[in-house]
Design a protein around this ligand. Structure first.
Ligand SMILES: O=C(O)CCC(=O)C(=O)O
Ligand SMILES: [Fe+2]
Length: 578
């Protein structure tokens, strides 16, 4: 039995702390009052004349080398004004700064109180820069630097922060004058400011300090967990579809925090959820799996029982809901919807069902608190019952090349419109069968065909075109003759169609090369008789070797089919076709 869900759960259980080596964003800035001694109030966004006045009262910014403080415009070309001469006030400023610090601390993965101590005001005029360096600990407890870019128009001047083999390139421009951009990074990360090519970059620099004892915070490092998750997912992907494979088609990891559909997004994940998502995002990328965020809805119904505490009150015959508790579950449906991708996209994957064995950990849903629970009293011949539902956000992953197998779990309600979309995009893109979109459509249609509901019986007398007609229309539009043949042989010939599907069947038959079409009824006097295609008549029960005898064999494709087009074992084979 596969241990992949349990193994992945054990690995992710150690990933608790979110955060990265840097955090960046924008915050609302409401009417701040910036005052600089020697200049007076400074209007924001910064005006060129005031930039000149600031430059005049500023001094060249030094840099440190060992115990020395040096000035060298080849290393740092920028001017500074010390904290004693800069005052930033205004009713809203303290709140703005507090919000920025909170977001910076969260982004860096630091719990507990963090203070921002103003260090200096920096002015980068055209040509200004600062080469790569690390910041020294300027005050005890300082673990990171926070820069806030005040509204001012400039180009270039990106802040580049590096950590291990990663790099963040942060523009810090704000188009809106009522916003500031900020960036925070761990002090031991090498960082540089690229040359400003136009305008003036005006920066408030703060030291981020953690009060209290304990080790200085460091960027969370889940490289080992990420590498192990990658190996696990690669193993899953490689084994998928093999004969021995008993692994789930997808994995579903319910998250800890509650998220509404409106706030669902990778960027909005909190705490350990964000940490796990970051590890899985990197591991799925490397292992060629797809990662999505989705809303999981579990709906259950079953028998209700009198609650134990109700015994003492029995006899009162009141109908309070707390008289009952949920007993045996008779029915459970679990679906995923509201899909989000790590890049912020929202793919239209529709509602996809979840199988119990897909949960990570396998007992993920055992102790969930229902969001809603209703009880119904016993009536004449029915016992008391309950209905309840749960909604949780979940991370969902599958091997990238199995996306259509996953989509097919949702059934024709999801796959038919999806295939329609693919066929439309393929036609718009030129309609060549060599196009990757055609290949995708062919793969998806193959999975749909393999799972097509095959009820045995007589064709429906329904006059309206059904799923069979929709599928054959799509295969005809795609001119996918191999799958048209398979569909006619495996589905239509088994009677899974109705009167309303006949036109689509005839059109599809028309796409087959003449000898095969003739062998399937289209070449006869008339393919439709009594409202049903003669195909139906060709159906015979399979022989002992799985092949259908007599005319049914003539109905099979007469060429060798490749692996992708091959039907399930035991289905009629092309022997004797022609
Ligand atoms: O201007 C910036 O964005 C960074 C400044 C800096 O690195 C420093 O003051 O040490
Ligand atoms: Fe720095």
């Amino acid at each position: 039995m596969t241990t992949i869900p349990a193994d992945l759960a054990a690995l992710l259980a150690t990933v608790r702390r979110p955060g990265d080596f840097f955090a960046a964003g924008t915050a609302e800035l409401l009417a701040p009052l910036l005052e600089v001694e020697g200049v007076g109030p400074v209007a924001l966004p910064l005006l060129p004349t005031q930039a000149g006045q600031l430059a005049a009262v500023a001094e060249p910014a030094p840099y440190g080398r060992g115990a020395e403080t040096l000035i060298d415009p080849a290393v740092r070309h920028c001017r500074q004004i010390g904290p004693d001469r800069v005052h930033i006030r205004g009713r809203h400023w303290a709140r703005t700064l507090e919000a920025i610090v909170a977001r910076a601390a969260e982004g860096l993965g630091v719990d507990g109180p963090v203070a921002a101590e103003f260090y200096k005001l920096l002015l980068y005029e055209e040509g200004g820069f600062f080469v790569g360096h690390r910041d020294t600990e300027k005050v005890p407890g300082m673990f990171a630097t926070l820069v806030v870019a005040l509204p001012s128009s400039f180009a270039g001047g990106e802040l580049v922060v590096r950590h291990k083999d990663r790099e963040a390139r942060l523009g810090l421009q704000c188009d809106d004058p009522a916003e500031v951009a900020f960036a925070a990074f761990y002090a031991d990360c090498v960082h540089e400011v690229l040359p400003v090519t136009e305008g003036c970059r005006l920066i408030l620099v703060y030291n981020l300090v953690r009060r209290g004892r304990g080790r200085a915070p460091e960027p969370p490092d889940y490289a080992a967990e990420q590498a192990r998750a990658t190996v696990l997912l690669q193993r899953w992907r490689r084994g998928k579809g093999g004969e021995e494979d008993d692994t789930p088609e997808k994995l579903v990891y319910p998250l800890e925090h509650a998220y509404t559909p409106a706030e669902l997004g990778f960027a909005a994940l909190k705490g350990a959820d964000a940490a796990v998502a970051a590890v899985l995002a990197a591991a799925t990328r490397e292992a060629r799996c797809d990662l999505h965020l989705a809303l999981l809805t579990v709906e259950e119904s079953g028998a209700a029982e009198y609650a134990e505490s109700y015994g003492s009150r029995r006899g009162r015959w009141d109908t309070e809901e707390d008289e009952f508790e949920a007993g045996e579950v008779f029915d459970r449906s679990m679906t995923l919807s509201d899909w989000r991708r790590p890049d912020g996209g929202a793919p239209a994957l529709g509602e996809i069902p979840v199988e119990a064995e897909e949960f990570v950990p396998p007992d993920a849903c055992d102790d969930l608190e229902p969001d809603e629970e209703h009880f119904r009293e016993a009536t004449g011949n029915e016992g008391a019952s309950f209905e309840r539902s749960y909604r949780r956000a979940a991370l969902v992953l599958w091997p990238s090349d199995r996306v259509f197998a996953v989509l097919s779990q949702a059934g024709l309600r999801v796959t038919l419109p999806y295939l329609d979309g693919l066929a439309g995009r393929w036609a718009e893109g030129g309609g060549e069968q060599t196009s990757p979109l055609w290949r995708e459509a062919h793969d998806l249609a193959g999975h749909m065909l393999a799972q097509w509901p095959r009820r045995d019986g007589y064709p429906r007398s329904d006059e309206t075109p059904g799923d069979t007609a929709r599928m054959l229309d799509l295969l005809t539009r795609l001119d996918d003759t191999a799958l048209i043949e398979r569909f006619l042989a495996e589905v239509t010939a088994a009677g899974v169609y109705g009167k309303g599907d006949n036109a689509a069947i005839v059109a599809a038959l028309g796409r087959l090369p003449p000898p095969r079409a003739a062998g399937r009824g289209a070449g006869r006097a008339h393919p439709v008789r009594d409202g049903h295609l003669q195909l139906r008549r060709l159906r015979r029960p399979p022989g002992p070797d799985g092949c259908r005898p007599g005319s049914a064999a003539r109905f099979r494709p007469c060429r060798r089919r490749n692996q992708a087009d091959r039907g399930a074992p035991g289905e009629p084979c092309p022997r004797g076709a022609g």
